[in-house]
Design a protein around this ligand. Structure first.
Ligand code: ZN
Length: 420
């Protein structure tokens, strides 16, 4: 069974993409291809062709918090947002620290989305994420976990972090660390700086993130093992990562679209919808992060999709839960950076597909013959306003709710099969 997607825009060239069953056959300049017999043709005029993206950091809330999101609703948001693969964090209830929970997640994904997006669970680093006892990583890997993390519950003890890295390495699992020194700020609501002083609320200093990142990177060098720094939010952490990379240490890092687009001023008026962990920092931090994703110091983008019920966000700043719903909007938001000439278009492919595929050993589509036919078509001119009705995620908690945005995913194929 052949499919030809004709006249698509790919890195500013017009191309035809030929697919046989679940694989790419060729991508050629438009009109240069002699089509095989019995070839279905899809005219993609005016639409941008991109490889399906990988989101290496999402919270899908199932089991335990299905009122916020289910695996079915999360994967639905993913595929409509351009993601063909998502890696889900372990802070469910029960925590994903054993094979039974991992298997349950994979079964739910298979039931609701048999043709994808593919779900790749991340196992807990410690039992119940408590930081005291190592989780059974061999069992987690065997059940299908692709990485290890204590996300959301920073590992305070350096000795425990060392053991996590050593044990994970026995199973070739990369450790993803949420870097935050909890002793520097407890019960914070935003970044510590001028704005937190102005609002009279407790801030969290960026140095706490950089301190733990530095510790992790030094441990990585000492042990000769890799470490991946989660959702980097500050300029100082970027400097620490650049230092580690310059020394040849196996450190990789991620940040999220919101740290590239927003800063702490978004919390003016005590806007709880903009409360997130780590917090939005200064404009200087935002600019440093933009440079770091452009030059590769930060390897990948992730959403840190953290859906909550709106009543958990639309409340006093100190009561509101942290996190943004991200899967529906990430591609539109980062396309905006391309439109503003802050990132080249191929950087999106690198940050959202190629590098996460390399770091976590997941299949990606580089549009070469034999690659998986996972791709989507994006309408760069579609103007829309995210609302409670048109977001596929159950989590409507995004600071971009009600704002006019341009660009939207229109069609998505996974394994050569049209998902929508
Ligand atoms: Zn997270």
């Amino acid at each position: 069974m052949y499919l030809c997607v004709k006249n698509a825009l790919h890195l500013e060239a017009l191309v035809d993409l030929l697919i046989e069953d679940e694989r790419i056959v060729t991508m050629t300049p438009a009109g240069h291809q002699k089509l095989p017999e019995n070839c279905e043709v899809f005219d993609a005029e005016g639409l941008v062709l991109m490889p399906s993206f990988i989101d290496a950091h999402v919270h899908l809330r199932e089991p335990g918090f299905e009122y916020k999101e289910t695996i079915a609703s999360g994967l639905n948001a993913a595929v409509h947002g351009g993601f063909g693969s998502v890696m889900c964090m372990a802070n469910t209830k029960p925590v994903n620290d054993n094979a039974a929970v991992t298997s349950l997640m994979l079964t739910k994904a298979q039931q609701s989305h048999p043709h994808g997006p593919r779900l790749y669970p991340i196992g807990a680093a410690t039992k119940n994420l408590e930081g005291r006892e190592l989780a059974p990583m061999g069992e987690l890997k065997e059940a299908g976990c692709v990485a290890i993390s204590n996300d959301g519950r920073p590992v305070q003890s350096s000795e425990m972090m060392r053991r996590i890295m050593e044990y994970a390495a026995d199973f070739s699992l990369t450790v993803i660390d949420h870097c935050e020194d909890p002793t520097l700020a407890d019960h914070w609501v935003m970044n510590e700086g001028e704005m937190s002083g102005l609002l009279g609320v407790k801030g969290q200093p960026a140095v706490g993130e950089a301190l733990q990142a530095a510790r992790d990177i030094m441990l990585a060098e000492y042990l000769g093992l890799p470490v991946h720094i989660a959702h980097v939010s500050s300029a100082l952490t970027v400097d620490v990562i650049a230092w580690g990379k310059a020394r040849g240490i196996a450190v990789t890092a991620e940040t999220c679209p919101h740290y590239l687009l927003l800063d702490e001023s978004a919390l003016e008026g005590y806007n709880a919808l903009c409360k997130v962990s780590p917090p939005l920092r200064s404009t200087k931090d935002r600019d440093a992060l933009l440079r770091a994703v452009a030059d590769g110091t930060i390897d990948i983008l992730v959403t840190d999709h953290a859906p909550h019920a709106l009543h958990e966000k639309m409340t006093a700043l100190d009561q509101a839960l942290v996190g943004f719903s991200g899967l529906d909007l990430a591609v539109t938001l980062t396309w905006g950076l391309v439109k503003e000439d802050l990132l080249p278009e191929d950087a999106l492919h690198r940050l959202w597909a190629r590098r996460p595929g390399e770091i976590f050993h997941l299949p990606t589509n580089g549009f070469a013959p034999g690659d998986p036919a996972d791709f989507f078509l994006f309408d760069p001119h579609a103007v829309w306003i995210p609302s409670e009705e048109n977001l596929y995620s159950k989590g409507k908690n995004t600071p971009f709710l009600g704002q006019e945005l341009s660009g939207r995913v229109k069609h998505h194929w996974l394994g050569g099969k049209a998902i929508f």
